[in-house]
Design a protein around this ligand. Structure first.
Ligand SMILES: Nc1ncnc2c1ncn2[C@@H]1O[C@H](COP(=O)(O)OP(=O)(O)OP(=O)(O)O)[C@@H](O)[C@H]1O
Ligand SMILES: [Mg+2]
Length: 488
């Protein structure tokens, strides 16, 4: 398929042009070479190419400027930068501006071929993807099993679509439970190798030697107990994707070997001498601050930059509350089916509780809460009673800051006042329904009713602004303080 793809090579060094031209023509690509940026851009203006290889350092129009011009002509053109190993920073900068990948000099032929093949495949996939993407957006809020409707998640979906077809290494960051593994799988599904293996490495707490033998395999006799030679996860992932979950846990010594896999796509077995080649897509995830780890000397700088070429950040659930209703519904259906309780519904008050909670455990925590509710549900409706205590008590209720005047204050009066105000606010929040207000306060309806009578509360109903927003809350807290002080 990639055979007749056309490649533009722009390099001022004659020897590089020759090497690349020979290599790529031999593979069946149709190749055009030029020796300056200006010529390259001119040519690209008149002939469409499937990919371009551009040297970063050139006299006159340099690689970055060429990249910019090429992207102006055709935003989807995959551009691959060539750079000296010492100036990888430039290449990273170029990728930030839209280059697809980079090759460091001196390069290996295979490396170039893999990069080009991916670029061309990506080009073809992008064309298909444009229509795919349009379809997706019109559909439900489900992208490859990832549920979300917030603009932040839409951006994540777009990034997956753009980044998936290339071979570039991807780093997924975000708090625990935000869906990093789900995203890694979605990238694999949308890559040019979806039918190949997806191998997860739980970088977890394995001692370095065991981790390395798991990753790279070992030869017979590599260590005590290595009676038979064994292949590793890197072998299993060949042609597919390897996913390093919690990459921040990988010990420094293993990081060096990993860097070699990323850079050269090769490794050695534990105790072995032979170099083994693999063609893998690498995805890593972490909830650590790798930059901080790097600064503290616990994460290799070169590995950090190699991983950071494309970063997908998953925001915590509390920063994308629009996703809560669709997620809750998704889990309701999912666990409803699993538990044979179809047609369940979530009461609006229960959803309110979910919306108010801050979800430190993110989507995983929401999933657990919904699963529990479904399992415990006895009727068709999931009400507030099925929401666990820690979620329902979490809404940001703030006790006002009391200012005690120098002359002192009557404890009893303050408490009475607080009680009265709290009941009023709760009644407002409960729309005047006493039973619900009692539920919200965790007291018996009869107790509440007694207090309402004692404080003669009913007559004061109908205050403005019945929504208990933050401003409302603090305004009434201030009122209360004023009144408290006055009453002394
Ligand atoms: N957007 C989402 N839509 C549907 N399910 C989700 C979403 N995000 C997370 N989940 C679910 O939440 C759970 C946790 O997700 P996942 O394992 O991908 O999180 P993670 O970021 O890898 O967490 P950790 O850092 O703890 O490993 C999984 O069951 C996953 O299916
Ligand atoms: Mg995970």
């Amino acid at each position: 398929m990639a055979r007749n793809a056309s490649i533009l090579i722009i390099d001022d060094e004659e020897i590089m042009r020759e090497i690349l031209e020979t290599l790529l023509s031999r593979e069946g690509y149709s190749v055009r070479v030029v020796s300056s940026g200006a010529e390259g851009v001119e040519l690209a203006r008149s002939i469409p190419f499937d990919a371009a290889i551009v040297d970063v350092m050139m006299p006159g129009m340099d690689g970055m400027a060429v990249l910019e011009q090429l992207k102006k002509l055709d935003d989807e053109l995959p551009v691959i930068m060539i750079t000296a190993f010492a100036s990888v920073e430039n290449a990273i900068a170029a990728m930030k501006r839209g280059a697809l990948d980079y090759i460091t000099k001196p390069f290996k032929n295979d490396e170039v071929l893999v990069v080009i093949r991916n670029a061309v495949e990506r080009r073809q996939l992008i064309e298909e993807n444009i229509s795919l993407k349009q379809n997706l957006q019109a559909q439900t809020h489900n992208f490859a099993g990832i549920i979300g409707r917030s603009p932040k998640m839409k951006q994540v979906f777009d990034l997956i679509i753009q980044a998936a077809p290339a071979r570039s290494t991807i780093l997924i960051t975000g708090e625990s439970g935000t869906g990093k593994e789900l995203v890694a799988r979605a990238i694999h599904t949308h890559s040019s190798r979806p039918d190949k293996a997806f191998v997860t490495v739980n970088s977890g707490n394995l001692p370095p030697e065991l981790l390395e033998s798991t990753l790279f395999g070992h030869v017979k006799g590599a260590f005590t107990g290595a009676v038979y030679p064994k292949k590793g996860l890197c072998d299993m992932a060949d042609k597919g994707t390897i996913f390093f979950d919690e990459i921040g846990n990988i010990p420094l010594e293993t990081q060096a070997k990993l860097l070699r896999v990323i850079q050269e796509r090769e490794f050695m077995r534990l105790g072995g001498m032979e170099t083994i080649k693999v063609d893998v897509r690498i995805i890593a995830a972490t909830n650590c601050d790798l930059k901080q780890m790097m600064e503290a000397g616990r994460f290799r700088e070169d590995l950090y930059y190699r991983l950071h070429v494309i970063n997908i950040y998953l925001p915590p659930l509390r920063q994308r509350k629009e996703d809560i209703p669709v997620l809750a519904l998704h889990f309701l259906v999912k666990y409803g089916e699993e538990n044979n309780k179809r047609a369940l519904e979530l009461a609006p008050e229960a959803l309110d509780l979910l919306m108010d909670y801050h979800w430190p455990g993110n989507v995983r925590e929401l999933e657990n809460v919904m699963e529990r509710a479904v399992v415990l549900a006895t009727g068709p409706r999931i009400g507030t009673d099925l929401i666990p205590d820690h979620v329902r008590t979490a809404p940001a209720f703030q006790i006002p800051k009391f200012v005690v005047p120098p002359e002192g204050i009557s404890f009893k009066d303050v408490i009475t006042n607080v009680e009265k105000r709290l009941i009023e606010s709760t009644l407002e929040a409960a729309g005047g329904v006493q039973k619900r207000a009692a539920e919200l306060l965790g007291i018996k309806p009869t107790t509440l009713n007694e207090m309402i009578k004692r404080y003669d509360i009913g007559v004061r109903r109908g205050r403005k602004g019945s929504v208990a927003g933050d401003d409302e809350e603090s305004a009434s807290a201030a009122d209360m303080r004023d009144e408290t002080l006055k009453s002394t």
